[in-house]
Ligand binder design. Sequence first.
Ligand code: SF4
Length: 259
Amino acid sequence: MTDTHRILSLIDEIHNTLIWMKTSGCRGFEKRPPCATNSADTDETPETLPLSRPPLLNSPDDTPAMSLYPQDSIDAIQRDIANCQRCKLAKTRTNIVLGDGAPSAQLMFIGEAPGFDEDQQGKPFVGRAGQLLTRIIQAMGLTRDQVYIGNVIKCRPPGNRNPEPDEISACAPFLNRQIAVIQPEFICALGTFAAQTLLHTTTPISKLRGQFHDHDGIQLMPTFHPSYLLRNPEKKREVWEDIKLLMNAMGLEWPPLSK
Ligand code: SF4
């Protein structure tokens, strides 16, 4: 991690800590002499200092984020991410693609990163792969407005290359905050990269799919990415098996009732 990333990560941590302190009832800071470090010399109270600080949200051992930032919102994340320069993808992107859909969706689809069309339009899954995802959602008896669609990385890697570790690390706080705000009951991880990143594993998607995994108390179903399906249509049967498991867990009818 470079010095710039360390500083940006520290700023994120301070920002998250201040949000937590505010939501814990803290209304300001004590002004005290610089040498008053002995606990007997201080008068810490819940009004001025939190009893403990919240954990960082980007390591595999983090506790669920749900209750830590109750006043966060998708709009606040949108404001914070505007003109983000936290990683080198800022230099080559056209638009930041945060996500789209219901801010309290029961189901969240998470892919890898924006492609060409998404970068141009600033919306997730709007190209050919996005149209296939839309058909999958409709086949579940839902609309795109009823779910939330996002990506692990919010800016397009040049030439659609795989995101690099420093980019994943720099962008992780935004996805963590999205999940904490939306509080989905289910996540469908689309493709190898999203599934492996969210589950902190290197196990291939072919072995991860077909069963639920735990993601901080959220049931996560990995399946193949729609763009992979476009290249390998024979894999559609396995995706439908995963989607049926998801629908069953969500209490949705299969086949969906016609409206
Ligand atoms: S990929 Fe994420 S961290 Fe990097 S510039 Fe875009 S929004 Fe910022």
